[in-house]
Design a protein. Sequence first.
Length: 258
Amino acid sequence: MKKILQSGRYLFGIAIIGFGIINLITGNFPLAFMPPIASSLIRVVAVYGIGIILVATGICIIVNKFPKTAATIIAMLFLLDFIYPQLTQLFSNFKNPNQWTVTLEILALCSGAFILAASLKDDFQKPIISNNTISKISQVARYTFAISLLGFGILHYMYADFIATLIPAWMPAHLFLDYIVLFGFFAAGLSIIINIQSRLATFLLGIMFLIWVVTLHLPRSIASPSIVAEWSSLFIALAMSAVSFIIANAIFWKEKDL
């Protein structure tokens, strides 16, 4: 189990590289992160510049070259995206479940990136954010991650019938499976908040997301390779699995049983 938990940083790096490649190939951000930007020089610089940054930082995390700095940069990018445009759009479109989903995903990935940054070391003498500050942020980030999980659980309850249609046809009892996922989100979120069996809960959460990657998102992406949204969903699910393993592997949990 320890090896699976330790794989979180590498899976996260792969997902971040995937996001960057989407930028570079499509000339736009993944729709889950940013709305389409009108053509302009600023757009070109932002899309390709951030795409290069994502690919570079993802590689740095995987090869262990300045990984703390790389994770911090990723966390800051997600934080900016969470503040604007996600929160801004959420306030103006409060009843839109798609916007809630995107906002919660960005919050979860931002939280995971800060926690990863707090767990890593590199050779920079003057880090972007001091080690003490990153450590404090990571303590808060576990709760913001938990909040995102509770939000996912609520969405799965409110839109259970629709979500059931997204489950592959070969799987039985679609609605029942959705409620299992719903229970998983609530159980993991509450476990993190009260710090009881948190490592086990986040480990199982990571496995759940990884199963989605293999059984749902990867087949859909391969079947429709030209649909960018499918690849975005694939890398988001992979990143969520990675973040779950990263949090399970973090040092602030009481449990030592994994």
